[in-house]
Design a protein around this ligand. Structure first.
Ligand code: ADP
Ligand code: MG
Length: 351
């Protein structure tokens, strides 16, 4: 059994549309990830629309996934933040585990990027600052998200032209207390998406909030460049790149951006956590500063970056020169690491 969404039996989940689960009527499927299917549903007691996340039935028999799913609802419910999806209820009925939460109309950032390609700098920064604010709030609870990726960022319409998007971070299924170990489950699967996974997650070293800084760096890079910093033909090479290869400067991929943005991204994507920014807001604050101070040709910081995250509260950025990875070819590769083996045993890349 893998964590791949492809394992969900085709037909069966959508067979739930029109049916009732606990006191929810399932109206439509809105998304699925590695672990669950999310529906738009109606809470029949209150008459309101909710998002109902159901653990895939075959995973509901697996104790690891059951625990993780229950954990997710508790974690998300513990953090009250405007950029974190509020959880209304979690429960189990007829062998189905569910989480009911605010339904976020709109799309996730994965779908947005697939449709719209690289975003205007101001849009990318407005999204980044809201995700950063949510992550720092989680970190303030000593929680590390560990699965920051576009599919876990929901983009809804904002309130007005000053705030065209309202962004929610979701999917706290992999969240752990700080300094916990790795992204491997006890059944030996890797559960993160490899495009955004931090080097210390790959190598099984302890992770803290700075692993989310790295993943956020990858996501922000993708919103600006159109693809994540590392693209490789196979998973092994991709893991290798996260560990050892310097990220290509953003300005190579999207000319016209201020050079300062390259340095900020390089520091967010530093291989060693201690070389990264201390917080997600420190990273995004520096990125905004770099975006607004640079030349900015076509695709530059065209419409400013003045928005603030909901609930803001950013720790100050650590001053000092960005840690740019050393130029030149990477050092010769060591032998293939042992940790890589369980990654590829019966595990699929997330789509
Ligand atoms: N509250 C929500 N409102 C609307 N859509 C949602 C909501 N939560 C999740 N989704 C959609 O469902 C998809 C899968 O949800 P997610 O919580 O990431 O599940 P998984 O743990 O399986 O990755 C998301 O990528 C998103 O498109
Ligand atoms: Mg997800």
């Amino acid at each position: 059994m893998t964590a791949g969404g492809a394992d969900l039996p085709a037909g069966r989940p959508s067979g739930l549309v029109g049916r009732q689960v606990a006191h929810y009527r399932i109206d439509a499927e809105v998304g699925r990830g590695g672990m669950a299917v999310v529906y738009r549903a109606t809470d029949l007691r209150l008459g309101r629309t909710v998002a109902l996340k159901l653990l895939a039935p075959e995973l509901a028999r697996n104790d690891t996934f059951r625990k993780r799913f229950a954990h997710e609802s508790r974690v998300a419910a513990a953090i009250d933040h405007p950029n974190i999806v509020p959880v209304f209820e979690a429960g189990e009925t007829e062998g189905l585990l569910y989480i009911a939460m605010r339904f976020v109309p709109g799309q996730d950032l994965r779908a947005l990027l697939d449709r719209a390609g690289p975003l205007p700098v101001a849009t990318a920064l407005r999204i980044a600052v809201q995700v950063a604010s949510a992550l720092d709030a989680a970190h303030a609870h000593e929680l590390v998200h560990r699965d920051v990726k576009p599919g876990n960022v929901l983009v809804a319409e904002g309130t007005d032209s000053d705030r065209p998007e309202h962004v929610y971070l979701t999917d706290f299924g992999l969240t752990k207390k700080s300094l916990s170990l790795t992204g491997f489950t006890s059944v030996g699967q890797f559960v993160g998406t490899l495009d955004y996974v931090a080097p210390e997650q790959i190598s099984g070293r302890p992770v803290d909030g700075r692993c989310d800084v790295y993943s956020l760096g990858c996501v922000v890079y993708e919103t600006l460049a159109g693809s994540p910093p590392f693209r490789r033909d196979d998973d092994m090479a991709l893991l290798w790149a996260h560990q050892y290869d310097p990220p290509p400067p953003l300005s190579d991929v999207r000319p016209g951006l201020p050079a300062g943005m390259d340095e900020v991204l390089a520091r967010a994507l530093a291989k060693a956590p201690e070389h990264r920014y201390d917080s997600c807001m420190a990273f995004v604050t520096e990125l905004r500063r770099a975006a607004s101070s640079g030349a900015g040709g076509p695709g530059g910081a065209e419409d400013g970056a003045e928005d603030r995250a909901e609930g803001g509260g950013s720790p100050a950025g650590r001053p000092g020169a960005p840690q740019v990875p050393p130029a030149g070819p990477p050092p010769p590769p060591p032998a293939p690491p042992m940790w890589a083996l369980p990654v590829f045993r019966g595990t699929e890349r997330a789509p």
